[in-house]
Design a protein around this ligand. Sequence first.
Ligand SMILES: *[C@@H]1O[C@H](CO)[C@@H](O)[C@H](O)[C@H]1NC(C)=O
Ligand SMILES: *[C@@H]1O[C@H](CO)[C@@H](O)[C@H](O)[C@H]1NC(C)=O
Ligand SMILES: *[C@@H]1O[C@H](CO)[C@@H](O)[C@H](O)[C@H]1NC(C)=O
Ligand SMILES: *[C@@H]1O[C@H](CO)[C@@H](O)[C@H](O)[C@H]1NC(C)=O
Ligand SMILES: *[C@@H]1O[C@H](CO)[C@@H](O)[C@H](O)[C@H]1NC(C)=O
Ligand SMILES: *[C@@H]1O[C@H](CO)[C@@H](O)[C@H](O)[C@H]1NC(C)=O
Length: 361
Amino acid sequence: MGFLRWIFRLLMVLVMGYSVCMMFYYTSYTHSSREAMTDAFQRLRCTKLKLKFSNITSAKRLNMKRFTQEVDDFLNCPYKPNAIEQEINRMRLQFCCNATGSLFLTKRNTAVNQTIPYETSIKSTYKMNPAIHSMLPEDFPWSSRRLGRCAVVGSGGILKNSSCGREIDSADFVIRFNLAYINDSDVGLKTDLITINPTQIQREYKNMEKNPDPFVERVSVYGNASLAIPAFAYTFCTGLAIKALRVLHPVRPQQPVVFFSPEYLRTLNRFWKRRGLKEVRLSSGFALISTALELCESVHVYGFWPFGTDLQDNPLPYHYYDQLSPHPFMHSMPEEFVRLLQLHSKGALTLHLQPCSSDKP
Ligand SMILES: *[C@@H]1O[C@H](CO)[C@@H](O)[C@H](O)[C@H]1NC(C)=O
Ligand SMILES: *[C@@H]1O[C@H](CO)[C@@H](O)[C@H](O)[C@H]1NC(C)=O
Ligand SMILES: *[C@@H]1O[C@H](CO)[C@@H](O)[C@H](O)[C@H]1NC(C)=O
Ligand SMILES: *[C@@H]1O[C@H](CO)[C@@H](O)[C@H](O)[C@H]1NC(C)=O
Ligand SMILES: *[C@@H]1O[C@H](CO)[C@@H](O)[C@H](O)[C@H]1NC(C)=O
Ligand SMILES: *[C@@H]1O[C@H](CO)[C@@H](O)[C@H](O)[C@H]1NC(C)=O
């Protein structure tokens, strides 16, 4: 391996040296040959970055300035999805975690009185009572067909002024997080699945049983989108999730409240831990990108850039809609980002970090 790498480096040095010489040689001649040389340079840099990012597994010791420049250059390189890589990821994820059959609790995959162990501590369990069971969805919308082009839209400040709304809205299935605000210009409006963090309910809609209107109004913005809650992540989540289900089920039957299967999230955590992603718990963003890799034909990722400056080194807010900072203990967003970059460079998904052009769909 070491020897091969050495040979490879030697070759690169030779080719680079050659290109530089040729460039100087040709500059004095014609414009077009100079362009050809710049092209060759460009292709070489793209190949080099692809190799580097295909193998990146840690965000530790990143030189941010250089990393940002490299990511920007890399995203300007021609991009080809890799169907084989997509199938491999799909099969691995289905085999380990099976979002296809168990992303949420449904009437089909969950029985009345079934004991449900919690995601983060299987010593705690919940017994599925008949009233709650009767409000679970029958089955998944994807039980009969694979989802097409999916857009997974994180809340990163990088989406501010991105003009990506139209492109996102043109996807077949759009996933968003934590009741994020929607906006036709930058993030789009179409929403098929959106998560609710139980702490949001606790903080903002504690009294929803007495006064449901503010909550009902907030979620009705998302039309018929499913509202997904990690009801069995921690024990404090369950009561809040059930409250949301009880309030919305009668008044917005077209907008199902769904509970993540704790078993699915637990096995998915384990899947990524085995692959070196060591964090307390996956962020819901990273978890649902994994879900999309299993369920969708193609996955387009927007708004995942957990750094304080954009690709041109301008300061960025952490979210596109507020001024909150990340939870320092729970997730390691830079580590997750590096995995996304790796998946992008292998052609398994497409990362979008640059502004969207208005002429593209
Ligand atoms: C990939 O990374 C590992 C460890 O970070 C390193 O040992 C290996 O040589 C790298 N492979 C390539 C092709 O760069
Ligand atoms: C996934 O779940 C579905 C529905 O329960 C089941 O039919 C299928 O065999 C499962 N797939 C795998 C790979 O376990
Ligand atoms: C669930 O448990 C209750 C009592 O704990 C029992 O009366 C009921 O028949 C059970 N239902 C089913 C479907 O097992
Ligand atoms: C949408 O976002 C853009 C840029 O962030 C902002 O100028 C505009 O006011 C927003 N529109 C709405 C309806 O929030
Ligand atoms: C977005 O655009 C507005 C107006 O052009 C500008 O004031 C603001 O700084 C921009 N925000 C970001 C994060 O680029
Ligand atoms: C939402 O659901 C209602 C009732 O099922 C249906 O009439 C309506 O067309 C749906 N809207 C969209 C945008 O799918």
